[in-house]
Design a protein around this ligand. Structure first.
Ligand SMILES: Cc1cc2nc3c(=O)[nH]c(=O)nc-3n(C[C@H](O)[C@H](O)[C@H](O)COP(=O)(O)OP(=O)(O)OC[C@H]3O[C@@H](n4cnc5c(N)ncnc54)[C@H](O)[C@@H]3O)c2cc1C
Length: 398
């Protein structure tokens, strides 16, 4: 896959997202962080610009574009504010995307128009207190209830679970054990039996919260089943796992965008900050930091654009390329945001400057959507078996 310049339409989309980010998101980013309020104004601005619908099909009111365009938007929004960019991530690469790819017509007709116009937010309920990386140990389960089911379980770390309209819940279907029979349902969060039991207190991004959700005998209608788990096989579980590649690439997009924002801020600061009568940009020790930061951002960006480019229209980014992109973008963002703090000296550590927030905002992205360690496990398992990433230079080692 060659790295090609953006089309005119993609450049226009980038400009639109950048304008929204500069005008509406950046000026309020510190406010959401300080107050830990939900970024309502960002939500409205993103909706008014029509950006929520970028990856949703035209028949549901969206623009019907690909993961590549989703990446462009996420990068630009996260460059200004990760708390606000995540609103788009939850639409582009969360429940609405899964409904569009895997769901039935009733689910699509009910939820996708509301996702595209920004009327509803959606969340993902996968993690449980004793089932994070090893999600196959989950306890959440369905029991038969006439033509449908009843859902009982507890999910934590559900991003925006306290404000979302619907949740994509990973759950055991009746009779399931281990990874067998894990499937998913879409739960209307207004339904009796759903309760927000807590909000995690965390370092960032503080403008969006992770909720704890309890499901107590919640009715699930037959057409609210997204992927049906069968007790004798892992097919449904595999299909859900592979669909997470969208989320991984979205996570990587936000890391690349935030790292870009931190790098640009550090460059501006180096040109303005003087020691005596010389700008600190004259110091070679700091110039090399900027070079290393630029290298890391561009490495990650290339891997990311390859992964999303390989998805194509209506497709899913391939697993190995997504894992490479996510791990590279996570580590690049941590490195770049940390170095930006160092370049600003004491001011970098101060909450009066944005780079310490950028560091806190990206830090959780190394944990969500599959930790860096889990990505490394996957990459190593594939490469050791001789499964090469999509680079023509790789040869079969055996
Ligand atoms: C900001 C944020 C947002 C999130 N949003 C959501 C959400 O919307 N929905 C949702 O369902 N979940 C969400 N999560 C939860 C996230 O997916 C889990 O935290 C993650 O999967 C790790 O699970 P855990 O926290 O239980 O850690 P554990 O699985 O207990 O892992 C602990 C440590 O062990 C390492 N580890 C685990 N297994 C291995 C292994 N085999 N080899 C090497 N190291 C290993 C991990 O990398 C980690 O460092 C979010 C998390 C964060 C931080």
């Amino acid at each position: 896959m060659q790295f090609v310049p953006e089309t005119e339409e993609q450049s226009a989309l980038r400009k639109l997202a950048r304008d929204v980010a500069d005008r509406e998101l950046a000026p309020r980013a510190a406010h959401w962080d300080e107050t830990e309020e939900f970024p309502h104004e960002s939500w409205r601005a993103i909706a008014d610009a029509g950006l929520f619908g970028v990856t949703i099909g035209e028949e549901f009111g969206g623009a019907g574009l690909t993961d590549l365009e989703g990446t462009i938007v996420l990068e630009e929004l996260a460059r200004a504010d990760v708390s606000s960019a995540i609103l788009c991530q939850l639409i582009f690469n969360g429940a609405p995307r899964a409904i569009e790819h895997l769901g039935n017509d009733a689910l699509k007709d009910r939820w996708l128009p509301r996702a595209a116009n920004g009327e509803s937010l959606f969340c993902l309920g996968i993690t449980e207190p004793d089932a994070g990386s090893a999600v196959q140990h989950m306890q959440t389960r369905l029991t038969e209830d006439g033509d449908g089911f009843r859902l009982t379980g507890y999910k934590n770390y559900v991003t925006s679970g306290h404000v979302a309209s619907a949740c994509l819940v990973w759950t055991r279907f009746p009779g399931s054990k281990g990874a067998n029979g894990i499937g998913s349902v879409i739960v209307d969060l207004q339904r009796p039996g759903v309760k927000v039991t807590g909000i995690h207190k965390k370092m960032g991004p503080r403008g969006k919260a992770e909720a704890e959700l309890a499901f107590d005998d919640v009715r699930v209608e037959p057409d609210e089943v997204l992927v049906r788990g069968e007790p004798d096989n892992v097919n449904a579980f595999r299909s859900l796992l592979s669909h997470l590649n969208h989320e991984r690439c979205g996570n990587a997009s936000m890391c690349v965008g935030a790292a870009q924002g931190a790098l640009e801020y550090a460059i501006r600061y180096m040109n303005e900050r003087k020691l005596g009568d010389r700008p600190i940009a004259d110091l070679q020790g700091l110039q090399w930091k900027i070079a290393d930061m630029a290298i890391r951002v561009e490495e990650a960006r290339l891997l990311l654009y390859r992964a999303v480019g390989m998805a194509g229209p209506g497709g899913t980014p391939p697993a190995l390329e997504s894992a490479l992109a996510k791990a590279a973008a996570n580590l690049a963002a941590r490195f770049v945001c940390d170095e930006a703090i160092q370049i600003l000296g004491g001011y970098g550590y101060s909450r009066e400057y944005p780079v310490e927030r950028m560091y806190r905002d990206i830090r959780g992205l190394l944990i969500g959507a599959g930790t860096v360690e889990v990505q490394r496990n996957y990459i190593a398992s594939k490469v050791l078996k001789g499964d090469a990433p999509a680079s023509p230079a790789w040869r079969d080692p055996f």
